[in-house]
Design a protein around this ligand. Structure first.
Ligand code: ATP
Length: 312
């Protein structure tokens, strides 16, 4: 609920992280992560291998405990058992009992989860033509993923945490599961946080983005705001080096090829007329940030916690 002042109430943030960090024996996997994710969004969690995505999802799904900082789901601290019914987690390996039939698996879901929606779970399984009497061990990877989705959605979570759940699917099954995921999430207003290395999938499905690199947040915000903040500029680099005028802007990435440069920037003022200016695609913005892990971070206001995060 919004308050009278229009400030969102605590429950409107599906996730709120204040300075969270996670240290393993080898070192920090996540450090000083502060962001918030508004409820009802489909958020892509993007970052190179080892960026900390699984660790972050592990903290949110209570499989790991933060070393520092505070994490809240819908305003409730994540270590409070009251958050348990509010989220469901689905990872790459689906922990299903191979000897159970699909029907038995869904029944077990019902026994473990008080608000279980058997009709929704069966609909997801049936729409993929997965026989209810088949043993889970005999299903294909794609069919098992569908059963995993049925278990996750049957729980009727407010927050669905997905750690590359579609990585083992063929393009057709991926597309089907993506459509199913969006339809179910939109119908119920479920917040989804989904890690993926497939940038086109992120571009197609997600309206909010969280980009991690080296255990830190690099981009956080709605695609609608992050995208227009970036500009792709191209121009001449006569001596093979980027022009000094770039220094007036926040440069995410600059590349030169022969006597030309191309840069993804966040413009701080007018650009030289000699440069050609384009709007980048979301994939171009994401790729540039993945290639330039040290580029200055950007949080749009909705994603910013009250703590002073400085953004260029
Ligand atoms: N159980 C663990 N013990 C020690 N170090 C770990 C453990 N899990 C992850 N790490 C380290 O923490 C860092 C972040 O790993 P994490 O799996 O969270 O990244 P990721 O973004 O999910 O990567 P990927 O895209 O490869 O799945 C890496 O350096 C990794 O080696």
């Amino acid at each position: 609920m919004s308050t009278a002042t229009g400030t969102p109430g605590a429950g409107e943030w599906a996730v709120r992280a204040d300075g969270i960090g996670k240290r393993y024996r080898r070192g920090w996997a996540l450090r000083e992560c502060s962001f918030r994710l508004p409820a009802g969004r489909i958020c892509g969690l993007v970052g190179p291998n080892g960026a900390g995505k699984s660790t972050l999802l592990g903290l949110m799904s209570r499989q790991l405990q933060p070393t520092e900082g505070e994490l809240r789901l819908f305003g409730t601290p994540v270590d409070d058992p009251a958050v348990m019914p509010r989220f469901a987690f689905l990872g790459q390996d689906k922990p299903l009992f191979k000897r159970f039939t699909v029907a038995e698996t869904l029944r077990m879901g019902g026994e473990l989860n008080p608000g279980w929606d058997m009709a929704a779970a069966e609909r997801i399984v049936r729409s993929g033509g997965v026989p209810l009497d088949a043993r889970v061990g005999t299903l294909s990877g794609g069919q098992r993923t569908r059963v995993g989705f049925a278990l996750a959605f049957g729980k009727r979570p407010d927050l669905l945490l997905l750690d590359e759940p579609m990585a083992d699917l063929d393009p057709l099954a991926r597309d089907e599961m993506g459509t199913l995921l969006m339809a179910e999430a939109v119908e119920r207003g479920t917040t989804v946080l989904m890690s993926s290395h497939q940038l086109t999938e992120v571009e197609d499905m997600c309206d909010f983005l969280l980009v991690l690199s080296g255990g830190r947040v690099r981009l956080a915000g709605s695609a609608d705001e992050l995208l227009p903040a970036h500009t792709l500029v191209t121009g001449l680099a006569p001596d093979g080096t980027p022009p000094p005028e770039l220094a007036a802007h926040t440069v995410v990435e600059v590349r030169t090829e022969g006597r030309q440069f191309q840069a993804l920037i966040r413009a701080s003022g007018p650009l030289p007329d000699a440069w050609s200016v384009d709007r980048p695609s979301l994939e171009e913005v994401l790729l540039a940030h993945l290639r330039s892990p040290d580029a200055p971070a950007l949080y749009v206001p909705d994603a910013r916690t009250a703590e002073g995060i400085t953004t260029p």
